[in-house]
Design a protein around this ligand. Structure first.
Ligand SMILES: C[S@@+](CC[C@H](N)C(=O)[O-])C[C@H]1O[C@@H](n2cnc3c(N)ncnc32)[C@H](O)[C@@H]1O
Length: 350
């Protein structure tokens, strides 16, 4: 049992069952024992591999999207470019390799990063140090200027609440103790807010909603754009999507808090609704495969292969297949854009 396991058990003993969001917050962000506070979980030797770590083609394609969207926004200068949860800085480094070639973009851009992990911050200093990034502890510290935001596999790491539609009405799903074991239990109290009656189960990330609300309002007021790539469904009501991953394999959710990655699918419909309420425009959410294809990832891959050895060319083909194939990352992963109302043509979205 880890120190964090012991702490969570003592909290439940003292205060009763805890919301899943509280458990996730402790498991992922506890200042000493949290999973996303120290260590590098990415890559083949880690727990999972993300799209930017699969191939430079991913970040370069996002760079094209950024450059195109900045140009369509009448090339604001200065502007803030923000990445939420930049990992090793790979996506941003590859994206900026493209954007640095766009006249006026590097001179106008002020890079901002939001990152909770000390080890990953050190890696970001190596990949992105030349851009002098400003680290944000609080999103309300953003400068009042046009804002372009990228978030790849950030929102799935935010705590969620879960609710069950029982015969007695909606009840929150909590984490309690059975002997020494952590178990899921139901709250005896009614849920004090309306939830969709037609669904048997409901998940919600208040933190995700708060972030999208704040950044959409900023973009609606000052201009810019927000691109979210993550796994999830375009419609809500996905059921219980809470999962734990360690060493590239699925593991029990309630064991080894702080040692394993905990995630939930992103509810894109809920985030789109929040953004629209702030006066932003949100085109239909699209799957990652068609989005990357619309931006020309296969053309860039063919270009890279011109100078590649046969082994490198094979690796490029495999990476493209991994990013695009519907049975790999092409379909489960979705992409959502948020732009100011009136700017209704967004590259990669129909
Ligand atoms: C799954 S990784 C994705 C990394 C990167 N975007 C990529 O695609 O390779 C999640 C990233 O978000 C960071 N992160 C998770 N929760 C965070 C939070 N609440 N605040 C700031 N950063 C967070 C992690 O440290 C990590 O950099």
């Amino acid at each position: 049992m880890t120190e964090l396991d012991r702490l969570i058990r003592s909290m439940i003993e003292a205060e009763g069952p805890m919301p899943i969001a509280r458990f996730m917050q402790l498991a992922l962000q506890h200042p000493e024992y949290g999973y996303y506070v120290k260590g590098d979980p990415l890559g083949v030797d880690g727990d999972f591999t993300t799209a930017p770590e699969v191939s430079q083609l991913f970040g370069e394609t996002i760079g094209l999207w950024l450059a195109d969207t900045w140009r369509r926004s009448c090339k604001p200068s200065p502007f803030a470019l923000l990445e939420l949860g930049p990992g090793r800085g790979t996506l941003m480094r590859d994206a900026l390799r493209v954007c640095d070639r766009v006249l006026g973009f590097p001179q106008a851009m002020k890079l901002h990063l939001m990152e909770s992990n000390i080890t990953l911050r050190e890696k970001q200093a190596e990949t992105l140090g030349a851009y002098n990034p400003v680290y944000l502890e609080d999103l309300s510290d953003l400068p009042e200027m046009p804002l372009f935001v990228i978030a790849n596999e950030f929102f799935d790491a935010l705590p969620i609440y879960q609710y069950i539609n029982t015969e007695a009405g909606w009840r929150e799903r909590l984490i309690g103790l059975e002997g020494d074991k952590l178990v899921f239990v139901q709250s005896k109290k009614k849920v004090p807010m309306p939830l969709p009656e037609e669904l048997p189960f409901f998940e919600m990330s208040m933190q995700a909603i708060a972030i999208v609300q704040l950044l959409s309002a900023h973009i609606a007021k000052h201009g810019g754009a927000f691109l979210i790539a993550d796994y999830g469904a375009t419609q809500g009501g996905q059921g219980d999507t809470l999962q734990a991953v360690s060493g590239h394999a699925s593991v029990p959710v309630l064991e080894a808090a702080g040692q394993v990655d905990l995630t939930a699918h992103v509810d894109f419909a809920a985030l789109a609704q929040v953004a629209r309420r702030q006066g932003a425009f949100v085109p239909d959410v699209t799957a990652q495969g068609p989005f990357l294809q619309a931006l020309g990832i296969e053309i860039r891959a063919a270009q890279l292969k011109l100078k590649a050895t046969p082994e490198q060319a094979k690796a490029i083909d495999e990476a493209v297949a991994r990013l695009l194939d519907p049975d790999q990352m092409g379909s489960l992963f979705k992409v959502m854009a948020i732009v100011p109302e009136g700017q209704n043509e967004v590259c990669g979205f129909t």
